[in-house]
Design a protein around this ligand. Structure first.
Ligand code: FMN
Length: 183
């Protein structure tokens, strides 16, 4: 039974710990299919969706561990590697690059809407996700691993998904601190 939209929007949380089983690929494809319907100025359809298999996911986790080892040492790198290898589902959303700065900005906004749609649809099926923009997604080797020409596309997010092992509580400021009503 789908949750009401308000409850869906309010209850979705970024999930850090997942149960090991992978959600059905069919639901992931439905989420990506629906993500195409977000607002998109000039209908540039700037998003590309990459569903990663285990080999690619592992290679990215190992690249990330290598980056961490260089800055924080081997112990941190190994801990992060174990953490990443436990993520059951991996997606990358990229944005097709544009030379026009305004289009680039608006395309990024549209890709963010698309990612939010993916996360909400998954959440409506009890599937949690996390949007990550860590340094690995800016490394040229990351683009080689996902077979993307870095001059043509830019990663907007690495998305992990799976059934939540734990759902954190993350507060928000009350609306009255954020709302400005004009005459
Ligand atoms: C553009 C973007 C990038 C993010 N990158 C990261 C990240 O690299 N690492 C991380 O732990 N969380 C990342 N997040 C998740 C946020 O930290 C998370 O949404 C925030 O803490 C609010 O939690 P909630 O999603 O449960 O409401 C990112 C979120 C967005 C929108």
């Amino acid at each position: 039974m789908p949750q009401a939209l308000s409850e869906l929007l309010r209850s979705r949380r970024t999930i850090n710990r997942f149960r090991p089983e992978a959600p059905p690929a069919e639901i992931i494809h439905q989420a990506l299919d629906l993500a195409r319907w977000v607002p998109n100025h000039h209908l540039t359809e700037p998003w590309r969706f990459y569903c990663l298999g285990q080999d690619t996911a592992r290679a990215i986790a190992e690249l990330n561990a290598e980056l961490i080892a260089a800055t924080k040492g081997q112990a941190s790198a190994q801990a992060k590697l174990a953490n990443w290898l436990a993520k059951p589902g991996w997606l990358v959303v990229t944005q097709v690059r544009s030379d026009d700065p305004l289009q680039y900005q608006e395309d990024y906004a549209a890709c963010c809407c698309a990612i939010h749609s993916i996360m909400l649809y998954l959440w409506s099926h009890g599937i949690g996700s996390k949007w990550s923009t860590g340094p690995v997604i800016r490394d040229s080797r990351f683009y080689e691993l996902i077979w993307v020409d870095q001059d043509s596309e830019e990663a907007v997010g690495l998305l992990w998904y799976g059934y939540p092992a734990e759902t954190p509580q993350t507060p928000r400021r009350p609306l009255n601190e954020l709302l400005i009503e004009l005459p």
